[in-house]
Design a binder for this molecule. Structure first.
Ligand code: ZN
Length: 244
């Protein structure tokens, strides 16, 4: 089985549709979305609609929850808050109905899927160190746990001797790694922050025992023009081309 996993689209329709076109060329059986479909970009409804059509499993992100009024923007920065206010005003009834019932964490296809962390997914913690990753390995019992939230693709492995390490590559063959387990951040489809502006998502091939990251170029200029036309802060517009 080949599963494509997307996260953090943030209403960037140009990036999402480019990623989906790429997925269509990758012989994919299922597409999973790890949330943050909305917030920052100009096309929240278009993105919700495409995710709704293409993903059998979609997880709730903190920006989705905030746009729905399920989460206070108290901990959001100034720009994120502005974007959420705009998004809340522009979400249509169908989008709201879809976002309203998304789960926080799911086990499917033998793996675990969550937006933030397997530990307390409703608290929206970030995994930014190996210590935090080590702690989170206790809170899932599958071979893989896929997360988003930081917008930075990362592969963390724990082996049979309980040794934890950061895998310094965007892909991993795991058939030789007996009893290893993996915590994988699939990166961000719509607002990458790893200094690569291309849309990012991951593919797990359970037959080939192979996980790899895909990077896809998209029409950044068009996306930025749309954001300018709705008066999104310039910081949110320029960060897209810098991948930060
Ligand atoms: Zn996000």
């Amino acid at each position: 089985m080949r599963i494509a996993i997307l996260s953090d689209i943030h209403a960037n329709y140009e990036a999402l549709s480019a990623a989906i076109e790429d997925i269509d060329r990758q012989r994919i059986d299922e597409v999973v979305c790890l949330g943050d479909i909305v917030g920052y970009g100009a096309n929240p409804n278009e993105c919700v609609n495409l995710i709704k059509q293409r993903c059998r499993l979609t997880i709730l992100g903190n920006h989705d929850a905030a746009a729905m009024g399920m989460l206070s923007t108290h901990n959001f920065n100034f720009h994120a808050k502005l974007a959420i206010e705009w998004t809340t005003e522009h979400l249509n009834t169908e989008s709201k109905a879809f976002l309203n019932v998304l789960p926080l964490k799911e086990k499917q296809y033998g793996q675990t899927f969550v937006h933030s962390t397997p530990y307390e997914p409703n608290m929206w913690h970030y995994i930014t160190s190996l210590e935090e990753a080590a702690f989170n390995f206790q809170f899932f019992d599958t071979e893989f746990c896929f997360v988003g939230h930081t917008h930075i693709p990362v592969i963390i492995v724990v082996n049979e001797r309980n040794e934890l390490y950061l895998h310094n590559d965007a892909q991993i063959k795991y058939k030789n790694l007996n009893n290893s387990r993996f915590l994988i951040n699939v990166g961000s489809a719509g607002q990458p922050r790893d200094h690569d502006s291309r849309s990012c998502y991951g593919i797990l091939d359970t037959d080939a025992k192979y996980y790899f990251t895909r990077r896809v170029k998209y029409d950044l200029t068009q996306c930025q023009e749309k954001m300018r036309s709705i008066h999104m802060p310039e910081f949110l517009i320029s960060r897209l081309e810098e991948g930060r």
